[in-house]
Design a protein around this ligand. Structure first.
Ligand SMILES: NC(=O)c1ccc[n+]([C@@H]2O[C@H](COP(=O)([O-])OP(=O)(O)OC[C@H]3O[C@@H](n4cnc5c(N)ncnc54)[C@H](O)[C@@H]3O)[C@@H](O)[C@H]2O)c1
Length: 267
């Protein structure tokens, strides 16, 4: 990982921050790119104190805007000279922890608003494609690079909606916008992997699931019943798999989907 240049989109969020700090601790040079500027300055202070300002770059990025994607790639090259790994991590995700559940539109599928579907497709699907296009232009010029797409178990299987039934007369649902926009990630990964296989660019996907983050007891109990391992994932448990993919240890992998789901999709 030493001096590998890694750009992470959605880097100020839960998974983005976890892996960015882990990569920095392992000697990588990290571009943390996100559209949420409110968290930038506190993160800058923390990372400067822990890793020094020469090892990271905080870049404002909206992956739905082509100019912004192009700027982020250019900023990486300007500061670090190249881009070795792009991690497409930014997404809109309806999360059922104590902070986010109230914001989720509770509509059943037959009434789910098309505007919300379009918004998620714009970020999770179109934004991921745009960012990948600009990264590939740079990686082609370098003759090497690796794209890692962050998928979801809901890229592979349907949600078991009983996970979101908390016995309080208001059945919640994992909405269709997330499933529709994330389902494309595995096949997009295979598309990019095979398109560029002879040109030095690899592409793989990783499937996290159920990262523990201030969930309430009802959710934890439902999750434990449906999970073969019987628990949610601690964020630190993603560091090994992400490091494996981002490093040369995965050099013979392309077009693969690495599942870190506690067995969720195994039954
Ligand atoms: N947390 C989980 O349990 C879980 C499980 C499976 C998959 N995932 C996937 O992992 C990834 C990260 O999830 P997370 O839990 O860290 O989410 P998060 O909401 O904590 O972080 C996502 C980040 O993306 C940023 N973002 C959103 N739209 C953007 C845009 N247009 N341009 C740039 N940045 C944008 C947000 O500002 C936020 O900081 C997502 O792709 C998600 O689908 C998460």
């Amino acid at each position: 990982m030493d001096h590998k240049v890694i750009l992470i989109t959605g880097a100020y969020g839960l998974i983005g921050q976890t892996i960015a700090k882990a990569f920095l601790a392992q000697g990588a040079l990290v571009v943390l790119a996100d559209r949420d500027e409110s968290r930038r300055e506190s993160l800058r202070s923390e990372l400067t104190a822990d890793y020094g300002e020469d090892s990271f770059l905080l870049q404002t990025l909206d992956i739905t805007e082509e100019v912004s994607c192009e700027d982020a790639i250019r900023a990486s090259v300007d500061k670090f000279g190249r881009l070795d790994v792009l991690i497409n991590n930014a997404a809109i995700d309806a999360k059922f922890d104590k902070t986010h559940t109230a914001a989720i539109n509770p509509s059943r599928f037959e009434h789910y608003p098309a505007a919300l579907l379009r918004q998620s497709v714009d970020v999770n699907l179109t934004g991921t494609v745009l960012m990948t296009q600009y990264a590939c232009r740079q990686m082609l010029a370098q003759g090497a690079g690796h794209i890692i797409n962050v998928a979801s178990t809901y890229s592979l299987v349907a949600p078991n909606q009983s996970l979101y039934d908390f016995g309080n007369d208001v059945q919640q649902f994992k909405p269709i916008d997330y499933i529709a926009s994330k389902s494309f990630i595995p096949n997009f990964t295979r598309y990019v992997a095979t398109f560029y296989a002879k040109e030095g660019i690899r592409c793989n996907a990783i499937v996290p699931h159920g990262i523990l983050n201030n969930h309430d007891e009802a959710f934890l109990a439902n999750f434990a019943k449906l999970s073969p391992l019987g628990r949610m994932c601690n964020r630190e448990e993603l560091i090994g798999p992400f490091t494996f993919l981002a490093s040369d240890a995965s050099s013979y992998m392309t077009g693969s989907v690495l599942t870190i789901d506690g067995g969720w999709t195994a039954w």
